[in-house]
Design a protein around this ligand. Structure first.
Ligand code: NAP
Length: 262
């Protein structure tokens, strides 16, 4: 967890097509932690709130919505935050539910898990659908997504007030282009893997030109996972930069990777 020092020091960005005036803190606390018990995750979130984090990233498939919801309830009870609207909560639609008629029920289930009345941001987790039913990871029984129908349901969820903004994750320029060709509410955010070793320049330029904020997952390189690497955390260049500034590599990468999740 990179220490943001204080919530007042975390810059915020206004999301183009969001409902309401609220902006998104660019530093977020990720909750996809397979090796943590729910009570450990709840404690970690409460500690993160004490450190100043206000933006939390979860997903239906992570199994972290319930402990995050418990932590938010506790933080409100303890007075760590004055009201729910001081927090920015992102969750995501999993592929088994990425079918037009399942989007709103899935979002309502996420809200029930989180004990919240609305999300700040709801993302399509991956640009692929899977047979409805039990979540299986890695995905089986995959099929192309009905982008038009799924996005229309995402738009409806924003109109209903179930989420303040909507977006996508792991979408290429081409897939966003398809989506924009029929969207009435354009995506506010595209959350993708991005780090000093995977800078996504073409995608960032495309999103910037279309008013879409790019958020980075795994900005520290997801070391210790089957798909990540130690490249970021063990980079000599980044270590030298960190040493010169009296910071850690995580702090340097965190503050230079725009809109990052840790
Ligand atoms: N949309 C998507 O498809 C998607 C995919 C992946 C992730 N995400 C989101 O992005 C979040 C972050 O992803 P990630 O865990 O893969 O990110 P990450 O950038 O790889 O950061 C986590 C890793 O960095 C280390 N770390 C964290 N803070 C550190 C610090 N201050 N100093 C040194 N090391 C530090 C952790 O090590 P230790 O465990 O040893 O502390 C862990 O290995 C997830 O929780 C999730 O919310 C989204």
């Amino acid at each position: 967890m990179a220490n943001p020092a204080s919530s007042s020091q975390i810059p915020e960005v206004v999301l183009g097509s969001s409902t309401g005036p609220k902006s998104m803190p660019v530093l977020a606390f990720g909750t996809a932690a397979n090796n943590l018990q729910p009570i450990q995750l709840k404690t970690a979130v409460i500690e993160a709130i004490k450190l100043g984090y206000r933006h939390f990233d979860t997903a239906a498939v992570y199994g972290s919505e319930q402990p995050l919801g418990e932590a938010i309830k506790e933080a409100l009870k303890l007075g760590l935050v004055a009201s729910r609207d001081q927090l920015f909560i992102t969750s995501k639609l999993w592929s088994n539910d990425a079918h037009p008629h399942l989007v709103i029920p899935a979002l309502k289930k996420s809200l029930e898990n989180l004990q919240l009345e609305y999300l700040d941001l709801y993302l399509i987790h991956w640009p692929i659908s899977a047979k409805p039913g039990k979540f299986v990871f890695p995905l089986v029984d995959v099929m192309p997504m009905d982008f038009k129908g799924v996005w229309a349901a995402m738009e409806e969820s924003q109109r209903l007030g179930l989420t303040k903004s909507i977006g996508v994750s792991n979408f290429t320029c081409k897939k966003i282009e398809t989506l924009l060709s029929h969207a009435t509410i354009p995506p506010s955010v595209n959350q993708v893997e991005m780090s000093p070793f995977w800078q996504q320049k073409k995608l960032r330029d495309f999103c910037k030109a279309n008013g879409i904020v790019v958020t980075a997952f795994s900005p520290l390189g997801a070391k210790g996972t089957s798909w990540g690497s130690n490249h970021v955390m063990e980079s000599k260049v980044l270590q030298d930069i960190a040493e010169a500034r009296g910071k850690t590599v995580a702090q340097c990468v965190g503050t230079s990777t725009w809109a990052g999740l840790y």
